[in-house]
Design a protein around this ligand. Structure first.
Ligand code: ADP
Ligand code: MG
Ligand code: MG
Length: 253
């Protein structure tokens, strides 16, 4: 079953055409890695899928669960089961993190016709999930991302992931700046969630994460399109030889 289908997607940022007719299909249960040189537009793709205000769609179609994704607002996309970890998450002072997460969770539950969780039920669930992976949950008492260190932001994203239980997980360099143990925790959480139904689109430069979460497909983004697709061996080849040897241009034009 196809979960996400991107056809001829064109996206600009500040009148610069970044994506120039990108095609990508992700089926249920598949793990996709997206690679490419800095500035290729990897973040632009996931930001567009998450309805980020930076990105202006000026062509193409995207369907998620056979529905028009581009028509959906941010909240609807989350409720439909899309989760996006941003490379630089916004800081929201004055919004309690725990309250924010419970609100997001309850919005999704209501959308699915499930009963909302009260504060006690929510706390019980958070405890269970964070204990499973020994994730520090003190962050929940603070404001959303306000003053979070890089590592704390990543940890917070893992808590969000576990609680929101999305169908499509999109990770934008979640491994950047993390030490080996933290990367292992990320991989443990993700692997525990990948149940053959959920799909993953991950952006990474780091083969360590790909060793721990083996992708079914590896795509290289170049000149606004998917220039090359392969299996895990493409990531290994890339790691060994670099982009240029694979005929991938450094320039983003
Ligand atoms: P990647 O994630 O592959 O490194 P990005 O998607 O972040 O690449 O960036 C693609 C291009 O869009 C780059 O040329 C970058 O400079 C540009 N870009 C990204 N965000 C903005 C922005 N907010 N304003 C202007 N240009 C941007
Ligand atoms: Mg970058
Ligand atoms: Mg990026």
């Amino acid at each position: 079953e196809v979960l996400l289908k991107i056809e001829d997607l064109k996206v600009s940022i500040n009148n610069n055409q970044i994506l120039k007719g990108l095609n990508l299909e992700i089926k249920e249960g598949e793990i996709h890695a997206l690679m490419g040189v800095n500035g290729a537009g990897k973040s632009t793709l996931v930001k567009t899928l998450a309805a980020h205000y930076d990105c202006t769609v000026n062509g193409g179609r995207v369907t998620f669960k056979k529905k028009d994704l581009l028509e959906m607002d941010v909240a609807t996309r989350a409720n439909e089961g899309i989760f996006m970890s941003f490379q630089s998450p916004v800081e929201v002072a004055g919004v309690n993190n725990s309250y924010f997460l419970r609100t997001a969770m309850n919005a999704k539950r209501a959308y699915e016709g499930k009963e909302e969780l009260d504060a006690m039920q929510f706390l019980k669930l958070v405890k269970e999930e964070t204990n499973r992976f020994e994730i520090d949950r003190k962050l929940l008492q603070r404001d959303l991302n306000d003053g979070f260190s890089g590592g704390e932001k990543k940890r917070n994203e893992l808590i969000q992931l576990l609680m929101l239980n999305p169908d499509l997980i999109m990770l934008d360099e979640i491994d950047s700046g993390l030490d080996v143990d933290a990367i292992k925790t990320v991989a443990n959480v993700i692997n525990s969630m990948l149940d053959g139904k959920k799909s993953l689109l991950m952006i990474t430069h780091y083969d360590r994460l790909l060793e721990l979460i083996k992708p079914d497909f590896v795509h290289i983004l170049s000149d606004g399109k998917i220039a090359k697709t392969g299996d895990y061996s493409l990531a290994l080849e890339l790691d060994e030889k670099g982009f240029e040897a694979l005929g991938i241009n450094n320039a983003n034009s």
